[in-house]
Design a protein around this ligand. Structure first.
Ligand code: PNW
Length: 526
């Protein structure tokens, strides 16, 4: 009897074995994502109007690493059927893409609606549906009409109602065919780069000022669109609508410095998420306090962080049916010492940096930190009461060629971290989406960074597509409903090795068998 009881010792070891958590729950879907300007091309096809990205790359091509532009990009405007075929072959269950504002409204305003533009999206959606792929449509992924940039783009509040007019046309014309909407892609990252910096359109270069104004108006625009969907379309169209926010996980340099990690999270993710997903419906308290204090020290009679009136707080709070998450990388953080009367470093008072032991990839800002995805999912669960999370971007750039081992390793590690957060820690993730389906125009990096599951030859007029190894691996994961290592697939060696069926069945019991052997050897069990 005691021998049997002794075996119970081993049970925690068996339960802690990560492999038992690697199944995708029923209903969980895996897909891929893209964005209009990065893949479509057809920049002046039919009556399409000029977007801020069209003019930016044409006028300031020295700001793009390889001097290129998205005039043709992957030419998905013409080749969308081939793209859908590729997705079908991989077995992807959903496809996230964005709409080009000026393809649908050539002037940017609803005085004129392009039938050709709408037809392109109707055809794409029909093609997806006919192959059993669910469309996830992003209304705005950074390419607003050019003329609006001359009015200050998103620093001008007039954009809010113009965006509502555009969204209304989109819901009216496409809403019967779409069940999943995203209003705005990555408001925080976008405002930081394009209003705080100058390398991406409209390139305002107004750090610690333009970025705050931009996000303020984008949140208003998002909430108004959520409101009109509720009031005018939801009852009939029965879709879900939300926003997508990029969030990093932050590891404190000093282990118990959870405060710095929390502040870094608030200034990155919470800036956009807190007003929508927290019960106070406003920017994080620490952000309001530190930016106000810095503004005072600068001699300003107001805070550089704009304030929401109670009307807007009410409208923005709760304005998302799901938490859309984009996640790529993590940071280390530490507080920057200050005396009273000196400003908070970078408004946040926290310095972020990378851990040099984290592996890299061809993209300099992207260090590979798989445990960060689980970390950020737990951050979101804790901060916002476990909302349903749709992961709408996660991916890595690979080296030239189609043997993208670093991508397979990245996706395996990140998905494993996600599955542990879900199946072990109760995070409510519903959807996982790889960035990106195709190599594409990577904004200021041009075509120099390759995020595609599928390689695209940008030197060939056909923009030839060649699926990389990761697509074959991903097909197997999707077909089996379970995360498996490349080594455990037939792809690992050629010709395919015999499948280790019997051995695989015993894998979950391996810790048990191993512990038993040890106990035997040490004489605890005879
Ligand atoms: C995404 N970060 O942005 C964009 O949504 C895509 O359009 C883009 O192609 C993709 O990144 C890859 O570059 C992010 O530093 C850029 O954590 C940087 C970060 C997150 C998201």
């Amino acid at each position: 009897m005691w021998k049997v009881l002794n075996l119970l010792w081993i049970l925690p070891g068996v339960l802690a074995n990560d492999d038992i958590h690697l199944k995708f729950p029923t209903g969980f879907t895996i897909g891929a994502s893209s964005a209009a300007y990065q893949i479509e091309g057809g920049w002046n096809a039919s009556d399409k109007g000029v977007s801020v990205w069209d003019s930016f790359v044409h006028e300031k091509n020295w700001l793009i690493s390889d001097g290129s532009n998205g005039d043709i990009a992957c030419d998905s405007y013409h080749k969308y059927k081939e793209d859908v075929d590729i997705m079908k072959n991989i077995g992807l269950k959903h496809y996230r893409f964005s709409l080009s504002w000026t393809r649908i409204l050539p002037t940017g305003l609803p005085d004129k609606i392009s039938q050709d533009g709408l037809q392109y999206y109707k055809d794409l959606i029909k093609e997806l549906r006919s192959k059993g792929i669910e469309p996830f449509v992003t209304i705005y992924h950074w390419d607003h009409p050019e003329f609006m940039s001359r009015l200050g783009s998103w620093t001008n509040e007039v954009m809010v109602e113009w965006f509502v007019e555009y969204a209304r046309v989109v819901f009216r014309e496409l809403g019967s065919m779409v069940k999943f909407w995203t209003t705005v892609n990555e408001p925080n990252n976008y405002c930081e780069q394009s209003y705080g910096g100058k390398k991406q359109a409209p390139g305002m270069d107004l750090p610690f000022f333009g970025n705050y104004l931009c996000l303020h108006n984008l949140l208003k625009a998002h909430a108004r669109v959520y409101q009109i969907y509720n009031e005018e379309f939801r009852a009939k169209q029965k879709g879900k609508i939300g926003i997508v926010i990029p969030c990093r996980h932050n590891f404190p340099k000093v282990e118990n410095d959870t405060e710095s990690a929390r502040i870094a999270f608030e200034f990155d993710c919470g800036w956009a998420a807190n007003p929508i997903f927290s019960k106070d419906g406003d920017y994080p308290a620490v952000m309001k306090q530190r930016i106000k204090e810095n503004s005072q020290l600068e001699g300003l009679p107001f805070s550089r962080l704009p304030e929401f009136s109670p009307y807007w707080i009410n409208l923005i709070r709760g304005s998302s049916d799901y938490f859309g998450l984009n996640h790529y990388t993590s940071k280390m953080v530490e507080p920057v010492p200050r005396n009273n009367g000196t400003p908070w470093y970078q408004d946040s008072g926290v310095r972020s940096f990378v851990n040099e032991s984290w592996p890299g990839c061809p993209t300099d800002w992207l260090r590979v930190v798989p445990e960060g995805l689980g970390g950020v999912l737990r951050d979101i669960k804790e901060a916002y009461k476990n909302p349903p999370v749709y992961i709408l971007e996660n991916g890595v750039s690979s080296y030239p060629g189609i043997a993208d081992y670093n991508r397979i390793e990245f996706l395996y590690g990140y998905m494993k971290s996600m599955l542990l957060a879900m199946n072990r820690d109760g995070c409510n993730v519903k959807v996982y989406t790889v960035w990106s389906l195709l190599d594409n125009f990577e904004w200021d990096r041009g075509y120099t960074e390759r995020f595609g599951l599928v390689e695209v030859d940008f030197n060939h007029p056909n923009r030839t597509r060649t699926p990389r190894l990761a697509t074959k691996w991903l097909s197997q994961i999707i077909a089996k409903g379970k995360l498996i290592k490349l080594q455990d697939t037939y792809l690992y060696t050629q010709p395919p090795p015999p499948q280790p069926q019997a051995a695989a069945m015993f894998m979950p019991f391996f810790p048990l068998i191993f512990s038993f052997v040890i106990l035997r050897l040490t004489g605890f069990v005879s």
